[in-house]
Structure formats: C-alpha cells, structure tokens
Design a protein around this ligand. Structure first.
Ligand SMILES: Cc1cc2nc3c(=O)[nH]c(=O)nc-3n(C[C@H](O)[C@H](O)[C@H](O)COP(=O)(O)OP(=O)(O)OC[C@H]3O[C@@H](n4cnc5c(N)ncnc54)[C@H](O)[C@@H]3O)c2cc1C
Length: 393
C-alpha cells in the first residue's frame, strides 16, 4: 500500500494548481498527482485556437506548468492513469493498475467531458469531440482530408472551433438550435452581430436548426436536422456543452446534480476532501448563489486556493469575480460577472462596426455583468472592480 499526505485526482490546470498551492505552504508533505491523460498538464484552452491552425504545433510549449516543475518540487506524477475507485471512509484510491493509495487529504480535480447528444450515429467515424490534445490532433488530421465540415453547437467552443477551421480556409458550417451565437451569454443584439460576423467570414450558418442524427455506414455522410433537412458533411465537431466527470464519486455526498458541492473554502462535506475547477459547485460570494464554472481562470485559482487550504496552514475563501475569455477570428472578448440570466437592460458603449465596445448588463438597476470586446487587460481588471463596487463587495 502506498501512503501519501495529499492525493490529487485529475491533471488538468486545477490539479496542477492544487499541487502548486500545496507546495507554497508545505515543502515536505508527500504528494501524488494522478491524471488519465498521458500528457502532463497543459493549456487546454489553446486546443480550439492556435493549436488547430499552427503548421506543426509543439506539444512541449503547451505544458502548464512545465513538467520539470513537478520533479523539482518532489511531486510524484502518474499520468496515463485513472483512479477507478475512491473509498471516502477508508481514504483509499485504487488506480487502473490495481495499486492502492491511502491518503490523508484529497482534491477532486476531474474536470468535465463533452456532452454526447442522444441521437443516432454519434459513434460514426468522423463525428468527433474536442477536449484533449488527442482530440485536437485527430481533428487536425481529419480536417486536412475532408472538404465539408460541420460544427454542431453555438457556445464558446463551437464558435472558436468554427472560426479556427475557417481561418484554415476550410468549408465550414455551423448548426445551432438558437437564433444567435453565444445565446447563453449575450444579449440578442450583440448575439446577432456576432452571428453576422461569422457569416461575413464565410461560415455557413444554420441557425434555429436542431440536431436529429448523423447518417453514414461507417463514416459520416449527412447530418439530419429536426426540421427534416439533410446536410452533407464529411466531418462533424460536436460542441454541445460539458458535464462534470463525477463517475468516481457518483451516489456519494461528493456528487450533486450540478457538480461536486463545496464550501467557500472549496472543501466538500467530507473533511479533508476538496473539489475544484470544472467539477466544483461552489458558493459565489461575489455574485451570490451557487455556481459551477467551466473556465480556465476559475480552475487555476480554485486549484491554488484548495491546495493552500489542504495544508492546514491557510484558510482562504474563494471569492473571485467570475471571468473568462474567448478568441474567434480577430476578436477577443472578455466576460466579467454573471451571464447566467439574460439582462433586462444593456448599456453598450463603443461600436460593433469597429469591433470595439464594452456592454454593461443590468438586472433591473443592478449591474451584473460586463462584456468587453477588444479591450486591454486594465479594462478587464477595472470591470472586476466596478462589479465589486456595484455589489458592495
Ligand atoms: C478546447 C477548449 C477550449 C477552451 N477555451 C477556453 C477559453 O478560451 N477560456 C476559458 O476560460 N476556458 C476555456 N476552456 C475551459 C478550460 O480549459 C477548463 O475550464 C479547464 O481546463 C478546467 O480545468 P480542470 O482542471 O477543472 O479540468 P480539466 O482540464 O477537464 O482536467 C481534468 C483532468 O482530469 C482527468 N480525469 C478525469 N477523471 C479522472 C480519473 N478518474 N482519474 C484520473 N484522471 C481523471 C481528465 O482526463 C482531465 O485530464 C476551454 C476548454 C476546451 C476543451
């Protein structure tokens, strides 16, 4: 039996940051990081952006932090290894190779996985998802062989993938059930502008169309829509959202309908077991309510705080203003605050035509979110401060 002071499950940015948080305050404790992917932690966000477009992407450059950091900080890493069982009472974790780790404290950092739409044909060759380096490498290969490509979805990942593939001069379509892109975040006017922007860049927009299934014998030939259309496609990228990887703790108090519930210190109801990143359902001390975010900054910052708290030498609350960003074509957009409820009023300063604006989203008179298009980092920081002030935090 292997014994460890700390066990981190999941080697995404959340798991990597948890290791960094631990080492900041505990230089000696034994730490094992177990991750299903064979690659050391990497910048996942790049996969839908420049990674797809670069001629020969260098995998080493993607590492975050560089792999050497784990060695110099005496962190044992087990990449390409899945934790298959997690015994909360006995504080034991079983690995794919049958080894068992007894731990004192653990951090669940299993992240999320793509939602698989329940339609016919999802298992056909050339119907793919984009979550890991392997997915991105496969997409690059397949895209170079196919002429017509369809992205299914209208969220951040769908838009980024469609834009990158189109920038590679491919014939790209985008199918989305709503009438405009990013409808979960944007007001109708900004959403309509963005949708038009994609059309102007040559993406064939199939808006208001829902997926009914994929046709083909072994590989994809057509995509069926619920309205009865059959759209020819040699390759489909499904980007219909992400769900938390909760299988390991299913039917335990560490698993809930919206993620793994944690306190403001990112600890679950089981003392000494923490959950972070895409997995965590946490109390949002700034915007109010409970929230699960599936964004980079959130996973990185939560990882660091959970790691620090695990050492027992710190007791830090997670209280960040929600923030994420996206890049599509030549646009960079930053989202600060709570975009989960559509605004009752929008105050937009700047110009869509110049692709430079700041839109403030209000619920009644309360400022809830700020969208920034092509703005420098200092404006993003100022947006966070404005929100804190507006909410009296
Ligand atoms: C293509 C793409 C582009 C993105 N772009 C942006 C962006 O522009 N901006 C932004 O803010 N966010 C972006 N995101 C989201 C961001 O990358 C995630 O929010 C972030 O990676 C979450 O980190 P995490 O550590 O919580 O989980 P993950 O990164 O999902 O890592 C979890 C890891 O745990 C592993 N794992 C799961 N179960 C087990 C197990 N039982 N045993 C061992 N290992 C396990 C998984 O294989 C995975 O490697 C993007 C995501 C994708 C996929």
């Amino acid at each position: 039996m292997i014994r460890r002071d700390y066990l981190i499950i999941g080697s995404g940015i959340g798991g990597a940051s948890a290791c960094q948080g631990i080492r900041r305050y505990d230089k000696r404790g034994s730490v094992t990081l177990v991750g299903a992917e064979v690659f050391p932690p990497y910048k996942r966000w790049i996969l839908s952006k420049s990674f797809l477009r670069e001629k020969s992407p260098q995998l080493k450059k993607l590492q975050e932090p560089v792999e050497r950091w784990f060695q110099t900080h005496k962190i044992e890493t087990r990449f390409g290894t899945v934790v298959t069982q997690f015994n909360i009472e006995r504080r034991l974790a079983v690995l794919t190779n049958g080894e068992t780790i007894e731990f004192n404290k653990a951090c669940l950092a299993m992240g999320s996985r793509p939602v698989r739409p329940p339609v016919a044909g999802v298992a056909l060759g050339n119907v793919i998802y984009l979550r890991t380096i392997r997915d991105a490498l496969a997409l690059r290969e397949m895209a170079s062989l196919e002429k017509t490509l369809m992205v299914v979805g209208g969220g951040l990942l769908a838009c980024e993938a469609a834009a990158s593939l189109r920038m590679m001069k491919m014939k790209v379509g985008l199918m989305h059930r709503d009438s405009y892109l990013l409808n979960r975040y944007l007001d109708a006017e900004t959403g309509a502008w963005l949708t038009e922007y994609f059309a102007k860049h040559g993406v064939t927009m199939l808006m208001g169309e829902s997926l009914n299934g994929f046709e083909g014998k072994t590989v994809l030939r057509n995509i069926q829509t619920k309205s009865g259309n059959r759209v020819p496609a040699g390759l489909a990228v499904i980007a219909c959202g992400a769900e938390p990887n909760l299988d390991l703790v299913r039917n335990t108090p560490l698993s809930g309908p919206h993620g793994s519930p944690v306190t403001e210190y990112l600890e679950t109801e089981e003392k000494g077991i923490y959950a972070i990143g895409d997995l965590a359902f946490y109390p949002d001390r700034i915007m109010g309510g409970m929230r699960r975010q599936t964004h980079w900054d959130n996973a990185r910052d939560q990882g660091f705080i959970a790691g620090a708290n695990m050492t027992g030498k710190k007791r830090i609350r997670y209280e960040q203003v929600p923030h994420f960003w996206t890049e599509m074509f030549d646009l960079r957009m930053d989202f600060v605050g709570d975009f989960s409820v559509l605004p009752t009023r929008v105050d937009c300063r700047g110009s869509y035509a110049k692709k430079k604006f700041i839109a403030r989203y209000y619920q009644a008179d309360k400022l809830r979110a700020i969208l920034l298009c092509q703005q420098p980092p200092r404006e993003v920081e100022s947006a966070k401060t404005q929100l804190r002030h507006a909410l009296g935090k």
